[in-house]
Structure formats: structure tokens, C-alpha cells
Design a protein around this ligand. Structure first.
Ligand SMILES: Nc1ncnc2c1ncn2[C@@H]1O[C@H](COP(=O)(O)OP(=O)(O)OP(=O)(O)O)[C@@H](O)[C@H]1O
Ligand SMILES: [Mg+2]
Length: 373
């Protein structure tokens, strides 16, 4: 079959040079005549841990199912390890999937659950040794002959991961595997999973709609919105240089103001907002509507005086100061659709509601996007 050539990475995308292990090209998928995904291109390198991050209904599970072969695309190709697997049925792809609800067999014990996939394939050489090794990886060996129904959520999830890994998959797909777990356990499982996959060099795609989870576990993150990838980059690039206002808002918090571009020269523009004029390094057309933003921990509070030429300065009225211990968050009154926040490290006192506060931040840290009027 003739392969569609992959497009070059867009600005803001960072692809490892060898990102050719999994290639999804020009995938289109519709349900009952409604297209939910079109022109989907996605590629990753062997050994990478990539997250699909996006709001509910954006197509994360659909993309995962197409890759796993649980759903066939209307058009497009999936190539794994140089082999076009688009027409290969799921059970012959050597791709393991871990679902949110574990899907363990209640009538089988822990070891039998893990052995299930191997037996189904007729791959029974050293069955016990391989099951023991997989259980060891997730630190569940002591539970081998226990019933799965008596296990906690975290333990069940470990068994599900062992069952997925025991077949030595070419690719591991995890669809919101920790969403049923409480926050503390989730964090433990994230750390465990990340080091397990790293140590074993397993290539995996991790679906989540939790941005902190994605930032914490991934080598790279594909931020999805309405069936498209908005940006595909490593966590720090995504956070520091979001390509679109959607990515800026979805990944992390930000101070965010809407306005109109009133001046632009030499790659620097001035945007007139409800809080005053904001300068940003961006090429936006004069007259265009824009959104400007800055990460709240890059905003300083309280330095009175005129703005330095390379800094933006606003003086909003404080609405609330939340002392959270490791940080203090200032919220200022803002026009609807705008958000004025500042994050200071540690416990900071002396800010009260109704005070006018001076906030300033570097022009270089200011994000700016043209938006539809
Ligand atoms: N079997 C199906 N039949 C009809 N529509 C579907 C089907 N599966 C998915 N869709 C639609 O496709 C779109 C993408 O769904 P998908 O399940 O991939 O989203 P998601 O990103 O995984 O969301 P969530 O975070 O809620 O799991 C949605 O609009 C959904 O309603
Ligand atoms: Mg889903």
C-alpha cells in the first residue's frame, strides 16, 4: 500500500529525529455520518511515553482505538515498526490496552488474570515464570493466588498493567488508567508507571484529561481539541510556549486579558486591554482581536513605580489573596472573560481585598494570540 507522506512538524512541535516507530497518517473517523476526526497525523519514537491530553469528547479514545485496531478508520494509515497494520485485526497487532475500568476477570485469581492473555495466544512457554515476572514488576507477587475481587483499586490497576505487559507488547496503550483512583494513589501510580516504562524501554501512549498527570508522566504531550492535535511537544515547551490560547488555558493557569492590537512594529505589538496596554513579542495585525497571557508565577506583585521598558505593568484591585502554604495566589477583579492572577511562592501576607496592587511581568514572558472577533 502506498503511504501518505507525513507533513513536516509545525512550529511549536518537537519531534525526536527517530519518531518513526508509530506513525498515524491522515486518519479520518466518523460515526453515523458525523466526522469526529480528520487529517489526524501522529508519530512517536520507540521507547517514548506520549500522553494524549484534551477535554471530554475531543477524540482521545477514538485515536487509541484506531491504533489498537478496536475500531477501523474511514481512511488513513497506522504503521507500527515499519509495518502497515491498518488492516490487521486487533488480536494480531501485539498492542496491549489498559482501560479505565481494569476489566479484570472476577472468577480468576490474580495470576490467572495475568496469564490469560498468554494462554489466549497459545504462548505458554515458561508461563509461570513470565507471570511471576510481570507481577514482580508491579509489586504484586505476594497476591498471585488471591482473588481479584478483594483487591483495592490501586492493586487491581497494578494487575491490569501486569496483564498488559506480560505479553511483551510492541506498544502499550493506557486509557485514563488512574481516573478511578484517589489523588494520593494516583500520584503513586504515576511515579511507578513512569519508572516501570522507562526501565523497560516500553513504548506507551497514555490518555488523560488531567493536565498535571500529563505534564508529570510524559516525554511529550499531544494536546487535542475537537478531533485535532493543537500542539505536540515536550512538557516544558508546552507550558512555556503554548501555541494557541486553547493550549495556554488547558495546560496550566495563566493571567489572561482580551484586547485589540493597536500597534505593531519589528515583531513587537501593543494590545489595548481593560487593564491597560500590554506589550508582547508577536506578529499580530493592527486592529485584530487578541488574547494576551502570562503564567502566574512569572508575575511579580507589589513593586510600585513605573514599568520598566521591557516589562508590562497593571494595577488592578485585589479580590482575594489565597494563602496555600507553599504558595500565595492573588486574584484581582477582572472583566468577564479575563483572569488576573499572580502566584507568589510561600506564605505572603499584607495583601487585602480591595487594595490596588501593582503586578508586573517581562514582555519576553508575555504570550499573545490573534483570536476571532
Ligand atoms: N461508538 C461511537 N458512536 C458514536 N459516536 C462516538 C462513538 N465513539 C465516540 N464517539 C464520538 O466521538 C467523539 C470523540 O469521542 P472519544 O470517546 O474519542 O472522546 P474522548 O476524548 O476519549 O473523551 P473522554 O475524555 O470523555 O473519554 C465524541 O463526540 C463522541 O461522542
Ligand atoms: Mg475517552
Amino acid at each position: 500500500m502506498q503511504m501518505q507522506p507525513l507533513p513536516a512538524p509545525k512550529a511549536g512541535e518537537t519531534w525526536p529525529a527517530d519518531a518513526r516507530y508509530l506513525e498515524v497518517s491522515m486518519v479520518r473517523k466518523s460515526f453515523h455520518g458525523v466526522t469526529v476526526m480528520e487529517g489526524m497525523n501522529f508519530r512517536m519514537a520507540r521507547g517514548e511515553l506520549v500522553s494524549l491530553l484534551g477535554p471530554s469528547g475531543c477524540g482521545k479514545t477514538t485515536l487509541l482505538r484506531v491504533i489498537a485496531g478496536l475500531m477501523s478508520p474511514d481512511s488513513g494509515d497506522v504503521v507500527l515498526g515499519g509495518r502497515n497494520i491498518t488492516q490487521i485485526p486487533a488480536h494480531r497487532r501485539n498492542i496491549s490496552v489498559v482501560f479505565q475500568n481494569y476489566a479484570l476477570f472476577p472468577h480468576l485469581n490474580v495470576a490467572e488474570n495475568v496469564a490469560f492473555g498468554l494462554k489466549a495466544r497459545g504462548d505458554t512457554a515458561d508461563l509461570q515464570g513470565r507471570v511471576a515476572e510481570a507481577l514482580d514488576l508491579v509489586r504484586m507477587q505476594a497476591f498471585a493466588d488471591k482473588s481479584v475481587t478483594g483487591l483495592s483499586g490501586g492493586q487491581q490497576q497494578r494487575v491490569a498493567v501486569a496483564r498488559a505487559l506480560v505479553v511483551r507488547p510492541d506498544l502499550l496503550l493506557l486509557d485514563e488508567p488512574f481516573s478511578a483512583l484517589d489523588r494520593k494513589l494516583r500520584e503513586t501510580m504515576q511515579v511507578e508507571l513512569k519508572s516501570l516504562l522507562r526501565d523497560r524501554g516500553i513504548t506507551a501512549i497514555f490518555v488523560t484529561h488531567d493536565q498535571e498527570e500529563a505534564l508529570g508522566v510524559s516525554d511529550r504531550i499531544a494536546v487535542m481539541n475537537a478531533g485535532r492535535i493543537e500542539q505536540f511537544a515536550d512538557p516544558s515547551t508546552l507550558y512555556a510556549r503554548p501555541e494557541t490560547p486553547f493550549v495556554m488555558d488547558f495546560v496550566g493557569l495563566s493571567l489572561r486579558l482580551r484586547g485589540r492590537v493597536v500597534d505593531q512594529r519589528g515583531g513587537t505589538c501593543v494590545i489595548d486591554t481593560a487593564e491597560g496596554r500590554i506589550t508582547a513579542r508577536a506578529d499580530l495585525g493592527v486592529g485584530a482581536m487578541a488574547v494576551v497571557g502570562v503564567r502566574p508565577e512569572l508575575v511579580r506583585a507589589g513593586a510600585v513605580g513605573d514599568a520598566a521598558p521591557d516589562r508590562n505593568l497593571i494595577t488592578p484591585v485585589l479580590e482575594d489573596a489565597m494563602v496555600l502554604g507553599s504558595k500565595t495566589i492573588l486574584h484581582a477583579r477582572a472583566t468577564e472573560g479575563d483572569r488576573v492572577i499572580c502566584e507568589l511562592s510561600g506564605i505572603r501576607q499584607g495583601f487585602s481585598r480591595g487594595d490596588r496592587v501593582t503586578l508586573d511581568w517581562a514582555v519576553a514572558d508575555t504570550l499573545a494570540y490573534e483570536v476571532a472577533p
